[in-house]
Write a protein that binds this ligand. Structure first.
Ligand SMILES: Cc1ncc(COP(=O)(O)O)c(C=O)c1O
Length: 376
């Protein structure tokens, strides 16, 4: 059996042909494939606008510059990849880390408590962790009642929905972002996207993606104007060709992830010491399959578990270490927040392999190895 990582891309001949065809076209970058990919992702998510960029972190950066003012305070989750809160810092704003719920998502009730106490909080950055959307009715309430800005980090959740609301539709948020890193549901190698229903935010992100530069029909053919300090966060046409080809298969990829997640849930019923992060549900697009383990009642600790599984050719992973306890964040004065659920989560949780190309046999192999190592 080959090594089984926690996540892996699925690339087929159609994807390769799409990239090769674009390599032979007139545009390698800033061409028609970028627009087409943006239109297709916007349509898929049910958002009005989309801007494709070179990675999810760039999407977060640009959306944050458009949404936040320096000095503003922003509620966010410690249970995410570093990029979510880093983007708040890039914009000169200040993240405030809020504890999570047992399902790994930010606790929006705690967010409301914080909002009641502190009028200087201007935004929430929520991650639909592992593909499981946060409660949309709560987002709607907080947005309306407190007039705050909301960003949905959908890096894990393309294809997910909450009672009919699709991730990335920005139904109750100002902007959403996606990542198209190879472990995600669809890949462009590196890549990202901002979706929004706000025309002004859309324009601002487009301009920031390209050096803050504007060119209008009234200008002379050689003229351009730099109106603010932007970046080169463009994505190439051949990456977008790959994205378009992958998007056609996205629903199939998500369906397979759900099938594997459901089977993990069923199999884990026999293993009393390990349980799913949340009971199976169709709304999650299952970027990750995370389990809670009670290491106090296990014959080995987490490190030994990772080592033993790796010896059997299986890559477990930890999503995530609390961002606020990272050395850099400690150097900024973070790290002493009271986040009991996140602390327990960080001790007990880990991710099992899950990707659309995973065979039934590979999943069975992972489960058998887990039973063997945990003595279940
Ligand atoms: C929740 C979350 N947000 C943002 C990002 C950043 O995306 P990228 O790696 O494409 O920059 C990631 C990537 O791992 C992520 O998991």
């Amino acid at each position: 059996m080959d090594f089984i990582p926690y996540g892996r891309q699925t690339i087929d001949e159609e994807d390769i042909a799409a990239v090769v065809e674009t390599l032979g076209s007139d545009f390698l970058t800033t061409g028609p494939k970028v627009n087409e990919f943006e239109e297709k992702v916007a349509e898929y998510c049910g958002a009005k606008y989309a801007v494709a960029v070179c990675n999810g972190t760039a999407a977060l950066h640009l959306a944050s510059l458009a949404l936040l003012e320096p000095g503003e305070r922003v509620l966010t989750t410690p249970n995410s990849f570093l990029a979510t809160s880093n983007a708040i810092l890039y914009a000169g704003a200040r993240p405030i880390f809020v504890d999570i719920q047992r399902n790994g998502n930010i606790d929006l009730d705690l967010c409301e408590e914080a909002l009641k106490k502190d009028a200087s909080i201007k935004a929430i950055y929520a991650v639909h962790f592992s593909g499981n959307p946060v409660e949309q009715e709560k987002l709607a309430r907080l947005q309306e009642k407190y007039g705050i800005k909301i960003l949905e980090d959908c890096a894990h959740s393309i294809g997910a929905r909450y009672r009919g609301i699709k991730a990335g539709s920005c139904t109750h948020s100002d902007a959403s972002i996606f990542s198209f890193h190879p472990v995600k549901h669809l890949t462009t190698g590196e890549g990202g996207m901002v979706t929004t229903n706000d025309p002004a935010l859309y324009e601002r992100v487009r301009i920031l993606r390209n050096h803050g530069m504007v060119k209008t029909p009234e200008m002379k053919p050689w003229e351009y104007e730099m109106r603010e300090l932007g970046f080169n966060y463009r994505i190439t046409d051949f990456q977008c060709a790959l994205g378009i080809s992958q998007l056609r298969k996205l629903d199939r990829f998500v369906a397979r992830r759900r099938e594997l997640a459901r089977r993990y849930d069923e199999a884990l019923e026999d293993l009393a010491v390990v349980e799913p992060l949340y009971p199976y549900h169709e709304g999650s697009s299952y970027h990750l399959y995370v389990v809670w383990a009670d290491f106090r009642h296990l014959p080995l600790d987490k490190e030994a578990l990772f080592v033993e599984m790796r010896k059997r050719g299986i890559g477990l992973q930890m999503h995530y270490l609390p961002i606020n306890r990272q050395p850099y964040y400690r150097s900024l004065g973070y790290g002493n927040e009271t986040t009991p659920v996140m602390d327990r989560y960080a001790e007990g949780c880990f991710s099992l392999p899950l990707f659309p190309g995973m065979s039934d046999g590979e999943q069975e192999y992972v489960l058998n190895a887990l039973r063997e190592v945990l003595g279940g």
